[in-house]
Design a protein around this ligand. Sequence first.
Ligand SMILES: Cc1ncc(COP(=O)(O)O)c(C=O)c1O
Length: 350
Amino acid sequence: MKYRKDLDKMPSYDGVERDYRIKVNANECNLNLPPLVEERVLSRLSRVAFNRYPNYEYDSLREQIARNFSVDVEQILLGGGSSEIIEKLFYAFGGSSSSKIVYPQPSFSMYKIYAKAAEAQPIAFDLDDKYDLDVDNYIAVIKKEEPALAVVCNPNNPTGNVLTVDQIEEIAKSVDCAFLVDEAYVEFYGKSAVNLVKKYPNLIVARTFSKAYGLAGARVGYMIANKEVTKMIEKTYMPYHMNSFSLATADIVYQMRDEFVPRIQMMIAERKRMSEQLKNLKGVKVYPSNTNFVLIHYDKAVELNEYLESLNIGVRSFGSAPRLENCLRISMGTREENDEWFEAIKKFNK
Ligand SMILES: Cc1ncc(COP(=O)(O)O)c(C=O)c1O
């Protein structure tokens, strides 16, 4: 079979998916839609025109997001999850080994994969011992390497820590290249760089409905950027790349986003509660987090992960991923689920 050159060498996404009894491995929201929202979504879906391409639904969601951020509708692009947005951005700024893409490490593991798929040269920038990004150093590396695209993930997955909006602005104004801020978890942090898009034409913000809005199954994300950027990225999409059902669902969810505030607050409260409890376990190091998950370091993380798996509890183990040896990432489930995985960890740690 004559596959594309080097496809066999492409790394695959390293997440293990299984239907765990307690599933806290993928930073999803463990509650389905609030009943009121679900009712409205189902009613809206019953009116979707199955026979039509999704023009109306695409424009309607795009306009709604643009209105909320007081930007022009042309500054918004939607995608099949923010994954599609990020992948297309990497494609658009990649294309040859002279197109470099700089991203932090450890961070979202797909950055490296998308860079390779885009035939760009991936350049990983090491976070410091506390997993913080040294902004001055990052700017210096970007100036030296002259990449086509630089990325930060804020808050960062899987470490949970953040840059301030001032730090993001410092990077945006100091570099010439396109600068992507991946805000997949921003609703749990509350401080977005979106307003900086008006000031810095190189800044691109990617957002998702998958995490705080519990819509991982619908695969909807969006980007906010300068019109020149969105115009170019749009060229990389196939026509009608999103389906009407996901778009109509996200449209209602976005209209009713206030309904999600209590559960976002609940997940933040759970993160704080579980971080405190985990800190009391001997040998467990808990990293500060502004997301819906916590990262822990534990010398026996591999054995602990096996034990949790035997109880049908799925957390994210990083195996031997660079700088994440013996680390586990646990996303916040319901209060009862969190109590249960915590008791299991406590028992293992005795
Ligand atoms: C940092 C980060 N960015 C982007 C994504 C992609 O999410 P989605 O494609 O569901 O929007 C994820 C998913 O885990 C993520 O952690």
